[in-house]
Design a protein around this ligand. Structure first.
Ligand SMILES: [Zn+2]
Length: 166
């Protein structure tokens, strides 16, 4: 079982063993609860479908996926309902995934603290820059791909300005 750690900068999920690339780390059981809207701990698994742990669950207990932080260069990625190792993971590494691969529109956007991106705003794929969208293209959940095609996203106004900063 992974370990939930409460650090000064927030809660993290830490691997308690090593994984080879593509190993299954954990999976989502949709029986935990489904919602048409996201919250802070939900993961989007379909168009208008979010798996949402009940609020009264004990802390630091399963389902552990609710404690997965976002990272722009994460250790994990979702393949359907399975979180798989995106690279070799050592015991003690933080387990993360890129929220842009599953979340269309997040209800609690934040500035990324992964340390590799310069603190970009993460608000869901819908609000990502064109460059950021294409950076996760290969790992997108099918519902995000579907929404992307459906919305035929035009480039947001801030995307051009952000591109100039890099
Ligand atoms: Zn980042």
């Amino acid at each position: 079982m992974p370990q939930v750690i409460h650090a000064s900068h927030g809660t993290m999920l830490i691997s308690s063993r090593a994984y080879a690339p593509n190993d299954i780390i954990l999976s989502i059981d949709v029986a935990v609860g489904i919602s048409p809207t996201p919250d802070r701990y939900s993961v989007q698994i379909g168009v208008g479908t979010h798996v949402l742990p009940p609020r009264d669950l004990p802390r630091d207990a399963p389902p552990y996926w609710r404690y997965l932080n976002h990272a722009c260069n994460p250790s994990g990625r979702w393949v359907g309902l399975e979180l798989r190792a995106r690279r070799a993971i050592a015991e003690g590494d933080e387990l993360t995934f890129n929220y842009l691969t599953t979340e269309w529109e997040m209800n609690e956007p934040f500035h990324c603290r992964c340390g590799t991106c310069g603190g970009r705003r993460i608000a869901g794929f819908r609000h990502a820059t064109v460059e950021d969208r294409h950076s996760v293209d290969a790992e997108l959940a099918s519902h995000i791909r579907e929404l992307w095609a459906k919305h035929g996203l035009t480039q947001p106004a801030h995307a051009t300005a952000a591109a100039h900063l890099r």
